[in-house]
Structures are given as structure tokens and as C-alpha cells.
Design a protein around this ligand. Structure first.
Ligand SMILES: Cc1cc2nc3c(=O)[nH]c(=O)nc-3n(C[C@H](O)[C@H](O)[C@H](O)COP(=O)(O)OP(=O)(O)OC[C@H]3O[C@@H](n4cnc5c(N)ncnc54)[C@H](O)[C@@H]3O)c2cc1C
Length: 541
């Protein structure tokens, strides 16, 4: 059977849904094909412990979704709501804790427990990040120009880049260079002397990254996580109601309200082309859908090496996609708890603690050692964990009195993407739970259910090739004009009518929706240009 649509979107993750919503809003008949039985991709809520618990399977907090996108698509009307996440709380095995509350004088007192010098340095540190974020943040929103191209429209767009760089003075230019090329260790060790501060602040430099805090490029990863904002506060994160599936649920409802059709269990087996132009897709069921516009949001190695015949692509492009670095060694652990953890250092319920970002990383060296273990081929002996308990705010996630906990942890060897390694992954999860037990005695006994998702499951079930949480590392060589291939960071591809908008494109890396929104700008611009060419051709005849 063959049907036809103006546009087909491959993948019902958040970027696919954003693209579908904007396409349908522009009047294009749009079909989303999602391979899994559920929409959401890596931003999904599921029920591995039965219907009483809702677990945010992979991603867990939102910050990078632009407010203008939320407004454009009317997401609040479709249930999108974010509870601001509380501050960092880092309990330590010696019975102390560090927390970083929003109130400046309370924060200073907290940091001063570990170092008066660090307490004084914190404002300078955040000021430094804010200045760099103000210059580099807006670049995340942009469609990168084709750097190196000599075509006049590309030269013009390259020139426009200068308007961002003009915001940098001489000091800022050096600071930006150092941030882009340096390590998170270089940065935090410059400002802070205590293990407690260095440990906590190093974590956001290595989240989802196959690199330890002493590896170059990790300072930028931290800034990437710092750029977004919840309620307009830079760097603030929040828990969406209903887990991350609340975000994609709202996006799906918005897309449907504009007329898009969203299909699950609809795996695309082939992207069809003729004479360098896309003609549609063929589903694994054999169904054919004709479309002059196809947007793929699947991982680039799926899109360009499996769904397309690489022979129809230029050799240099295929080489870039084959060489795409997509490792991370992340393990996500989701738990159902009979009660909240009782921290030895801070007993009793405190929404700023239980509703905050609970970080287990006592020093930067601990984090680096955890990475080096995995580099040597062993899962970390002492994994770090970035933990949250969204049910503290959202009572829809667990039965009254019970909770769900999300633990983002690293590292196992990235090669685990190639095989399930159940015994090693289980033993690793035991160590993470034992680490929580050290700071919250009795915790292990409160665990009712557990789900452990390692790199292999991320790859096979969720389509995150190599287990990388962002469809590809956020390393300097894979950013901006290099994401994901030379000459194609503008969301187009070598096949006319075929576009890309997953996390491996610029603006991606997290639940940003930016590629999904920007790709529609490209699609509409190309359709307008084609109309003009047709009209000009008709007028000339
Ligand atoms: C453990 C983990 C924690 C994370 N934490 C956060 C966080 O807290 N905050 C944050 O902002 N980001 C986080 N991220 C990153 C973020 O979730 C991803 O970058 C983002 O969700 C990717 O969205 P996407 O739409 O680009 O791709 P995806 O969500 O991966 O969607 C692509 C979709 O394409 C589908 N697909 C693949 N092949 C086919 C095919 N042949 N036919 C049809 N469909 C296909 C897949 O099934 C998938 O649903 C995390 C990721 C992970 C894995």
C-alpha cells in the first residue's frame, strides 16, 4: 500500500515531535513514524514497575527547551508544567554535606564550611560563566553557516556570525577559547580549593561524556548544561510534571492539535531516493509513504548508514558519519522507594534536599578515577551519581508515601554498548546503591523495585547508538559546523528533500527542541525558494 504526505518525520522523540508540530502548523500534511510502541525517544515516561509508578526512563530534568518554543506550540495548554529543581545537595561519607542554595548568604555559609576562599570565589565563578553564556548561549539557537563554503549566500551567513563574536572583548575572547578547549578541572581548580566544591562542580562537565574531568573539552560540556533556564533563571533545571514523558506528551498533543498524524510501532526500514532526491520512506511492514520532504531525527549512523544506501551519499559525508564519536558509558538507574532516604548529614524531610540535585561525587579525583577505571576496561569501583526524586513535587508518579528516584551514573566501559553484560551492570548498580547507603543508612531496604539501563539497552531499545545520551559526543570536533558532518550542519543532507534534526545536529544534545524547530525553517525556506524558481521558470517560458 502506498500513501502520500507532504512531510514524513522519522522518530517520535522530542525533536521529531517539535518538527511535526511546526510543519503541521505551517499547513503541511505531516506523518511521524516512531519505531517504538511509545512516543518520546529518550524523553519518555514508562511503567517498568507496573501502572502505580511512572518512571522517567532516561532523561530526567528539563532546562534547555527555549521559552519561545514552549509558547509557539502552546505547550502549557497541553499539560506542560515544570517544577523548579532544588539546589545541589552533596552528602559525604564523613557525615558532612555541601549544599548550594539560591540565597547568596546561605550559600556562602554552606561553602565556607569547606573553604572560606571558595565561598568568596563562587560569585566570580558564576559571573564568569554568565558572561561566556551570554555570548555562546545564543549560538546554540542558530543554524550554523557552511563554514569554508565560498558560495555568496554562505559567505553572507558566515559574516553574520561576527555579530556574536563582536560581543567579546579581548579578555572575553581568551576566556571563551580557554573554556572551549580546556577541561572542567582546569576551570574549577582555578576558582576552588576544596574537594567538596571541585567534586560537585566537575560532574556537569562529564555528564553523558566519554571523558573525565581532566579531559579537554569538558569545560564546554558544563557550559552547555548551564545555558538553559527554567522560569527565566539561567542554569536552572526543573522536573516536568509526569516525568520527561510530560514534555513529549505535551509536544505530541500540540502536534496533533495542528493536524499531524503520529504513528508508533512504525519502524522506517528504508529512506527512498531517486536521482539525488528523497521520494519517501518504506516501513518495516512494507508500507510505502511518498513524501517530497523527509526529516530524520534518528541517530545519524542509523539514518545514513542503515536507512539509506551509503552509495547515494558523498564519500566524505559517509566518512564523517562512520567516524562519528558516540560513546559515553552512562548507566541510568530508576528505583521505586518505600520511603524517602534519610541522610545521616541532614536527617528529616527538607524539600531543598529531597527535591534538589543530590550529587555523589566527593572530589574531582574521585570522578576522574571513576573514568579511568572504565578506560581500563572495568566499570567504576566508585561511580558518581546525579540523583533526583521527582515524586517529591509530583504526586502522580508513585503511590502516596512512596517515591521514584532517578540516578544518572557513570561509567561503565563504552564498549558495553556492544553486548548486554548483565552481571557487570548489576554489580555496578549494587555499588551505586551501596554508595547511597553510605550517606543514607537504611536506603537499600527502602528499594522496592529497580530498573538498570546500560549502554547496550540504550542502543538497542532506544536507538542511542554506542550508548551516547546525545546521539554523539559534545566534543569540540563534533560541535557547531562539525555537527554531524562537514558542510551539513545546516540540517540539510546530501539528498535533496532529506533533512536531519536529531540530537546529533547543532542545537541538540539534551531536550532542547532546537533542531526540530530550526529544521522546519530550512524546509519552509527551501519550499519557498523552489516555488520562486518554478514561477521564474514559468515566467521565462
Ligand atoms: C540516560 C539519559 C539521561 C539524559 N538526561 C537528560 C536530561 O536530564 N536533560 C536533558 O535535557 N537531556 C538529557 N538527556 C539527553 C536527551 O534525552 C536527548 O538528547 C534527547 O531526548 C534526544 O532527543 P531526539 O528527539 O533528538 O532523539 P531521540 O529521543 O533519541 O528520538 C529519536 C527517535 O527515533 C526513533 N527511531 C530510531 N530509528 C528509527 C526508525 N528506523 N524508524 C522510526 N523511528 C526510529 C527512536 O526510537 C527514537 O524514539 C539524557 C539522555 C539519556 C540517555
Amino acid at each position: 500500500m502506498t500513501v502520500a504526505r507532504d512531510a514524513v518525520v522519522i522518530g517520535g522523540g522530542h525533536n521529531g515531535l517539535v518538527a511535526a508540530a511546526y510543519l503541521a502548523r505551517s499547513g503541511l500534511s505531516t506523518l511521524v513514524c516512531e519505531r517504538r510502541g511509545v512516543l518520546g525517544g529518550a524523553a519518555v515516561s514508562e511503567h517498568p514497575f507496573g501502572p502505580d509508578y511512572t518512571v522517567t526512563s532516561l532523561s530526567y530534568v528539563v532546562s534547555l527547551l527555549p521559552p519561545a518554543l514552549v509558547a509557539d506550540l502552546g505547550l502549557a495548554r497541553h499539560g506542560y508544567h515544570v517544577y523548579p529543581q532544588g539546589p545541589y545537595f552533596a552528602p559525604r561519607a564523613d557525615g558532612r554535606y555541601l549544599s548550594l542554595p539560591a540565597d547568596p548568604s546561605a550559600r556562602r555559609a554552606q561553602i565556607a564550611k569547606f573553604s572560606a576562599r571558595d565561598a568568596a570565589a563562587y560569585e566570580r565563578y558564576t559571573g564568569h560563566l554568565a558572561r561566556l553564556g551570554a555570548v555562546l548561549g545564543p549560538l546554540l539557537d542558530e543554524i550554523p553557516p557552511r563554514l569554508g563554503s565560498r558560495r555568496p549566500p554562505d559567505l553572507w551567513r558566515q559574516g553574520l556570525l561576527l555579530r556574536h563574536l563582536r560581543k567579546l572583548d579581548e579578555r572575553g575572547a581568551v576566556d571563551a577559547t580557554r573554556l572551549l578547549t580546556g577541561s572542567i578541572a582546569d576551570l574549577v581548580e582555578r576558582y576552588f580549593e576544596s574537594d567538596a566544591m571541585r567534586g560537585v562542580l566537575s560532574v556537569s562537565g562529564v555528564i553523558g561524556t566519554w571523558a573525565g574531568p581532566r579531559s579537554s573539552g569538558t569545560a564546554y560540556v558544563m557550559l552547555h548544561h548551564h545555558i538553559g533556564g527554567t522560569d527565566g533563571q539561567a542554569g536552572a533545571w526543573g522536573f516536568p510534571r509526569g516525568g520527561m514523558g510530560g514534555v513529549t506528551g505535551a509536544l505530541a498533543a500540540a502536534a496533533r492539535s495542528f493536524g499531524a498524524e503520529l504513528r508508533t510501532g512504525a519502524e522506517v526500514a528504508r529512506i527512498r531516493t531517486r536521482a539525488g532526491r528523497v521520494t519517501g520512506v518504506t516501513l518495516a511492514s512494507g508500507e510505502e509513504i511518498d513524501a517530497a520532504t523527509v526529516i530524520t531525527t534518528a541517530h545519524p549512523q542509523i539514518s545514513f548508514l542503515r536507512l539509506l544506501d551509503p552509495a547515494v551519499l558523498p564519500a566524505g559525508f559517509v566518512e564523517d558519519i562512520r567516524g562519528w564519536q558516540t560513546r559515553s558509558g552512562t548507566v541510568k538507574i530508576n528505583l521505586a522507594l518505600g520511603r524517602l532516604p534519610v541522610f545521616a548529614s541532614h536527617p528529616g524531610f527538607d524539600p531543598r534536599v529531597h527535591g534538589g540535585t543530590i550529587v555523589l561525587a566527593e572530589s574531582l579525583d574521585d570522578v576522574e578515577t571513576a573514568f579511568q577505571d572504565a578506560v581500563s576496561g572495568r566499570p567504576s569501583a566508585l561511580p558518581f551519581a546525579d540523583i533526583c526524586i521527582p515524586s517529591v513535587f509530583d504526586d502522580s508518579l508513585a503511590p502516596a508515601g512512596q517515591h521514584v528516584m532517578s540516578l544518572f551514573t557513570q561509567w561503565v566501559p563504552y564498549q558495553y554498548a556492544g553486548a548486554p553484560q548483565p552481571a557487570e551492570i548489576d554489580a555496578y548498580a549494587d555499588r551505586v546503591i551501596a554508595r547511597v547507603e553510605t550517606v543514607a543508612p537504611g536506603f537499600t531496604g527502602s528499594v522496592l523495585h529497580r530498573q538498570v539501563i546500560g549502554p547496550h539497552q540504550m542502543q538497542e531499545e532506544y536507538g542511542l547508538v554506542g550508548g551516547n545520551i546525545f546521539h554523539g559526543e559534545l566534543s569540540l570536533g563534533q560541535m557547531f559546523h562539525a555537527r554531524p558532518a562537514a558542510g551539513y550542519a545546516d540540517l540539510r543532507t546530501p539528498v535533496r528533500g532529506l533533512y536531519q534534526a536529531g540530537s546529533a545536529t547543532h542545537g541538540g544534545g539534551g531536550v532542547t527542541g532546537i533542531p526540530g524547530r530550526n529544521v522546519v525553517r530550512q524546509v519552509l525556506a527551501d519550499r519557498r525558494a523552489a516555488r520562486w524558481r518554478r514561477r521564474a521558470g514559468a515566467a521565462g517560458r
